[in-house]
Design a protein around this ligand. Structure first.
Ligand code: JB2
Length: 222
């Protein structure tokens, strides 16, 4: 069955990677919505028409198009999540994208709008929620549970049975050992190895890691 044409949201660094993936997958892309371009009157971006800001989406019935979330996610920036929530509430569908070089094991389940970039490996029975970015070369071993709106940055590694709650950010090259849980909104810095549970809204950075920081309080646990 022919897939619906796509509108890309955002025209920054992440959107370039998503557009390349859409083109590799031979998806028809109608154009890009980005207020940064629209406000400057820019009409073309990487060969695509600039449709306007996000209100341009509403000219298309939700049954006729799919959306691709080209907004990346970094700690403290919820734009990607907000756009996903707003347009799914309005009945739009975010397309799930899997790079042809990715390897997905048996029983892997993917939510809506998951983006699996080049060189990713996801092993058997891992479950992925909605609006996740598995960025370039990330690896998740068997039986992982990854919540909604998680960004696993390039080259991060999660051993088997890792549990990652909604809204977590795992930095590039981070390592999560087997069976470890990350609470909602937890942040793991680039190159940090996580050996034990990280509570919700805590941040662990450095290698060896510095004491975890409570992102709500800005204080340390010990
Ligand atoms: O409300 C909006 C909006 N606000 C800003 N709607 C839409 N559709 N787009 C919006 N933007 C656009 O998001 C900006 O005009 C800009 O084009 C884009 C953000 O681009 P930037 O390159 O700053 O960030 P990014 O989200 O693409 O990438 C970040 O996250 C990635 C995962 C970067 O830090 C990357 O390095 C990282 N790989």
């Amino acid at each position: 069955m022919k897939q619906a044409p796509v509108i890309l949201l955002g025209a920054g660094g992440h959107a370039k990677v998503v557009l390349d993936l859409l083109q590799i997958l031979n998806r028809q892309v109608l154009g890009v919505c980005d207020p940064g371009l629209a406000d400057k009157g820019i009409q073309q971006w990487r060969g695509l028409p600039v449709l306007g800001n996000d209100t341009a989406i509403e000219q298309y019935h939700p049954d006729r198009i799919e959306l691709a979330n080209g907004i990346g996610s970094l700690p403290g920036n919820s734009l990607r999540r907000r756009l996903h929530d707003q347009y799914t509430r309005q009945g739009y569908w975010f397309t799930t994208l899997i790079h042809p070089s990715a390897v997905l094991g048996s029983g892997v389940k993917l939510g809506q709008g998951v983006q699996v970039m080049a060189g990713v490996i996801v092993q058997a029975d891992t479950q992925l929620g909605d609006n996740i970015i598995l960025n370039t070369g990330a690896r998740i071993d068997h039986d992982g549970r990854i919540g909604h709106h998680v960004h696993i940055a390039p080259g991060a590694v999660l051993s088997g049975d890792a549990w990652v709650a909604n809204d977590c950010h795992i930095g590039p090259g981070a390592v999560i050992i087997q069976g470890v849980k990350l609470g909602q909104g937890a942040v793991v810095g680039a190159g940090t190895t996580v050996l034990s549970e990280l509570p919700a809204h805590y941040q662990l950075t450095g290698q060896p890691p510095r004491p975890p920081v409570d992102l709500n309080m800005g204080s340390k646990t010990s």
